[in-house]
Write a protein that binds this ligand. Structure first.
Ligand code: PGA
Length: 290
């Protein structure tokens, strides 16, 4: 791959980020936001990172990831260089490179400073036809290239029977992690996102009890794939999370953080939401990864 012209400072910053060990990021709590196809200027994007970075001293044991549109990654990654904020991509191709018009490779994303990528988001599954098999290929590519990976899984309806829920999570996770070695667990984050609770068209949000039982099934599916190593994988909740309701998703549900869309558009609001969630989680997460 031909590396584009970068300043010495940029090269050094991006190289330093890619050398960070997974252990450096094995924080107790994880919060992320997916910006989807939001049109934002570079200055606003950098300012977003600055606001979140300024709040870090108040957010102990917490790592944060932000998934902007791909053209904003470089600016944001440079802004985030010295702290616990990871910048990454919402999408990429599973091949290392080649004749895939319009696609982007993990190598190119890393060149921009991406440290994390997402696979399996409900919008990629439903609008772009991404199957569990495609998600598996993409996940393996990202891991092979040393990226952290957020794997999204979710149920399709609010009232699925227990057996159907189990089938859904065991299938999504079983196929996504097929052929992946358990020692990859330090690089993985799982986001539980009920399809029916995501975005403007959400039909509502799950109760704390619903989140608890789905997270339990997800952990069982992860253990089936990875054995004891699965315990270090953070499981987040995402879907219609807002400052008013975030307690119900984190209080005693076994989640290790939140994945937020609309309510994180304003960085100050995102930080408030994290603080609200942390005030509950610091007391009630017995199964948080170390
Ligand atoms: P939302 O989106 O918070 O706007 O519901 C969540 C997501 O799609 O990840």
């Amino acid at each position: 791959m031909t590396v584009s012209k970068q300043t010495g400072k940029e090269v050094a910053t991006i190289a330093r980020r890619s050398k960070r060990s997974p252990a450096e990021f094995s924080m107790k709590f994880t919060f992320g936001t997916n910006w989807k196809m939001r049109n934002l200027g570079r200055d606003e994007a950098r300012e977003y990172v600055r606001v979140v970075a300024a709040s870090l001293p108040r957010l102990a044991n917490t790592r944060i990831f932000i998934l902007p549109p791909v053209t904003l990654i470089r600016d944001m990654a440079l802004e985030a260089a010295e702290n616990r904020i990871l910048i990454g991509a919402q999408n990429f191709h599973w091949a290392p490179e080649g004749e895939f018009t319009g696609e982007i490779s993990t190598a190119l994303l890393k060149q921009e400073g991406a440290a994390i990528v997402m696979v399996g988001h409900a919008e990629r599954r439903s609008l772009f036809g991404e199957s569990d098999q495609v998600i598996n290929r993409k996940l393996k590519r990202a891991l092979a290239d040393g990226l952290q990976v957020v794997l999204c899984v979710g149920d399709s309806e609010p009232d699925l029977a227990a057996a159907k829920l189990q089938e859904t999570f065991f299938r999504q996770i079983g196929i996504a992690l097929d052929g992946v070695a358990p020692d990859a667990s330090g690089k993985l984050i799982v986001a539980y996102e009920p399809v029916w609770a995501i975005g403007e068209a959400a039909k509502g949000a799950p109760s704390g009890e619903q989140v608890t039982s789905c997270v339990d099934l997800i952990r069982r599916a992860l253990q089936r794939a990875f054995g004891g190593a699965a315990d270090e994988i953070p499981v987040l909740y995402g879907g219609s999370v807002g400052p008013g309701n975030c307690r119900q998703f984190v209080a005693g549900t076994g989640v290790n953080g939140l994945f937020v869309g609309r309510s994180a558009r304003d960085p100050h609001r995102f930080v408030l939401l994290i603080q609200e969630a942390l005030s509950v989680m610091e007391k009630k997460t017995p199964n948080a990864p170390p």
